[in-house]
Every structure is written in C-alpha cells, then in structure tokens.
Design a protein around this ligand. Structure first.
Ligand SMILES: *Cc1c(COP(=O)(O)O)cnc(C)c1O
Length: 419
C-alpha cells in the first residue's frame, strides 16, 4: 500500500484507490446503483451502525462507487479521508456547517465564488452566523478579524474572477496560532497545481464539477480532511468531544458526514462519481494543456488594442504573481483569466461574435468557455457587492480549454476584429 502511495501524482490520478478487487476484474469501478445493501446477520448490521465495519447501509450514507472517488481524491490531496457530495455547494455548506453554531464567526477572503458568497453573507446571517470578509492576500486584516467567536479561516486558492492568490502557508500559520483550522476551496487550482494540505491547510473542499471531472458532464463536491488538526487541543471546539471520542484525528470528517451530509441528504449519485473518475484519469494531461494554453491566450490578448486590461496571476505585474509562482511550484497559474473591453456593450458584442468558444456558466471544462459575469451570475447583486467581488461591467471571464491554442486565439481575434 505504501509503495502505491509513493507513486507520482500523474500515476496516482489514474491508479490510486482503483483496485479492481472483487469487481470481477473490471478496470473501472462499477456504478453501484443500489439504494441499500444486504447484511448477512442482525449482528453485522448493528456493528455497521456502530461504526465497527465499513460496510454500506444505505445510499444516502455511503456508496461503493462514491467511496472509490473519496479514496482517490484523498490520495491526490494528501488527506486522511473524504466525503463525496452532490455538488460543490453541498461540500461548501456541509464543510462549514459542521464547524458553526448560532452566534459563531469565521474569517474568509472577499473574492468568494458567487454561491459561496450568498451562503456566507446572506443565508448564514439568518442564523446569526457572521462571515468576516477580508482581502484574501491581507494577512494582517485576516488576523485582526479573529475574535473569541471565530471558528475557522476560509480561503479559495484562486479567486474567481478576482484572480487573487492567498499565501496559504502563512494563513495556516495565523490560523493555528489562534487554535483555528484553515479550510481551502481548491477547485480552481486542483491538486495538480496546489495541494493545500501539504502546506498547512486542514481541510480541502472541491467542486468536482469543474477541472476534476473536466468534461461538463457531472456535478459533484467533496470535503477532504487532512486529519492533522488537534480538535481536543483548541479550546474553541467543546462540541467536538463525541466526534473526537469516536474518530480521533478524523473527528471533523465524522461531524461533516454524521451530522450534516447524512441528515441534509447531500448524497452524490454514483453515476456522477463514476463520470468524475473517468475524467480524473486525464487530469494531469488536461491541466498541463490548460496552463500552457491560458498563458498563450494571455500573451495573445496583451497584444490586442481592444483589450484594456488583463487579470491573470501569471503576469509578473499581477499582485499575486510571486505567491502564485511559489505556491504552484512554477507549474503554471491556472486556466481561468479575466480581461476588460471598453464597456458592457463591447463585451456583449465580443461574446456574440465568437464562433467556437462556448458561452455558458461553467469553468474548468476541456472546452474554452466565456461569460460576462456582471450581467449573468451577478445580475441580482447590488453595486457595492459587485465592486467588492471585482465584478465590473467591462469584464469578460475566460476559462481556457484544451483545444489547439491557435484556434482559441483565432476565435478571440476574429471576435475582437469585429467589435
Ligand atoms: C463551481 C464552484 C463551486 C460550487 O460548485 P458546484 O459544483 O457548482 O455546486 C464552489 N467553489 C468554487 C471555487 C467553484 O468554482
């Protein structure tokens, strides 16, 4: 087992956890489409409910196909355990709710994913839970926002579409000095580019809908526990006692699963886990191409007079350049970028002029995708909030795919020519 875990990342994306075992030699985990599972004896079912076996009971609790995905992503992120869920938002919700009680606070970056922003700032507020938003790269503000009511720090590896890259190792240090865990939404970087648990974070959350599945065919989310945070040592978590007694270092994951995932019913469909795993096989190859294509598209855009500004962490003048280069180990700077045209009218015209690039609300697909966030996902947001999230009316967001980069640039070029 240990030799398997020592294999390189590019091998583990394909082989980790994928032991054909008792699936009659199948090379892919079968889609186990069964709502519940037989138990040989009454003693066995009782033991399983008591957590003494890892047998399956009922699909809302666990599922054999989902478990392979959980083991695979645990390996890729260098964690100790994971729970797969129906969407990235299910993972964000459960991952945070497991840590929150009415009256609690947490500190988070202010460039949050749109639905995460709504959850943190609007929905949690109804339960007297306060999200303290700070500039994700401002470590001083992050530390100053911590009070005795704080329960965690939450960051995204790359802001969307703000493109800010927080220093995760430094943030983890601050969190730990105050007895707090650091939760990181690693969707935009993927474990190919960054493994937050290895540099100090305690929990990683993903929307598997994006780069991990990679083909725009399945939704999903996952919470991965690093298993290194000592919940008993921090005085902030008296409510963790029964979970510590039961699962020790995996107390948090047990709480996420037992208290929230099961009872909120955020079950992942095994078909979606299966599709995600088929997609995962090519993650490393796809990421290589996403990264090189994105940087070539950035050079192409930088030569066009119609493009007023470009926001991409790979540009040396970008405030996040140094942190991103170090944190992503010089492998690249992500597949997402934002750029500005004259105004909203020019953005609409640009999008309508495109011939190959898909216009839709998603990212991380193998196809190149474009959107004007101001008039779509953020349409109902008020102006000050849009400003806080860096959503301006002149902004185009591009998720660079893995097509031949000449064709991506050709399409962008002809759409700019006809503005
Ligand atoms: C898409 C996304 C989510 C939400 O994931 P869904 O699968 O759409 O629910 C959360 N965080 C980030 C950074 C995302 O890009």
């Amino acid at each position: 087992m240990s030799s398997k875990n020592n294999r390189h990342f590019n091998t583990r994306v394909i082989h980790a956890a994928q032991t054909p075992g008792d699936w009659q030699g199948a090379t892919l985990p079968p889609i186990c489409q069964s709502a519940s599972h037989l138990h040989p004896t009454a003693e066995n079912l009782s033991a399983t409910f008591g957590g003494k076996t890892t047998d399956h009971i009922y699909m809302r609790l666990t599922n054999p196909t989902n478990r392979v995905l959980e083991e695979k992503l645990t390996s890729l992120e260098g964690g100790k355990g994971a729970v797969a869920m129906s969407s990235g938002m299910a993972a964000v919700t459960n991952g945070c709710m497991a840590l929150l009680r009415a009256g609690d606070e947490f500190v988070c970056g202010n460039s949050l994913f749109m639905s995460t922003y709504v959850l943190f700032c609007n929905i949690f507020k109804k339960y007297n839970i306060t999200a303290k938003l700070v500039e994700s790269t401002d470590l001083k503000a992050m530390e100053q926002a911590i009070t005795e009511k704080t329960r965690f720090i939450y960051l995204e590896t790359i802001g969307n579409p703000k493109m800010d890259v927080p220093d995760l190792a430094a943030a983890a240090k601050i969190a730990h000095q105050h007895g707090l865990p650091l939760l990181v939404d690693n969707t935009l970087a993927t474990p190919y580019l960054c493994r937050p648990l290895e540099i100090g974070a305690d929990v990683v959350i993903h929307s598997t809908t994006k780069y991990l599945s990679g083909h725009g065919d399945a939704t999903g989310g996952i919470v991965i526990d690093g298993g290194n945070f000592d919940w008993s040592k921090s005085s902030r978590f008296p409510d963790f006692k029964p979970f510590i007694d039961r699962k020790g270092p995996l107390a948090y994951l047990d709480k996420v699963w037992r208290e929230h995932h099961i009872n909120f019913g955020t079950t992942q469909a095994p078909l979606h886990s299966y599709l995600t795993m088929v997609g995962l096989d090519t993650l490393a190859l796809r990421m290589e191409r996403h990264l090189t294509n994105a940087s070539e598209v950035v050079s192409f855009l930088s030569k066009r007079p119609e493009v007023k500004w470009i926001n991409y962490p790979g540009l040396p003048a970008n405030p996040s350049f140094k942190t991103a280069a170090r944190q992503f180990e010089q492998k690249g700077f992500g597949g997402l970028l934002a750029f500005g045209l004259t105004d909203q009218e020019a953005c609409f015209k640009f999008i309508n002029n495109l011939q190959m690039i898909y216009h839709l609300a998603n990212l991380g697909d193998c196809k190149t995708l474009v959107i004007h966030p101001y008039s779509s996902q953020y349409l109902s947001f008020d102006e000050p909030t849009r400003q806080k999230l860096a959503i301006t009316s002149d902004l185009i967001r591009l998720s660079v795919g893995i097509e031949a980069v000449e064709d991506i640039c050709q399409d962008i070029g002809q759409a700019l020519d006809r503005l």
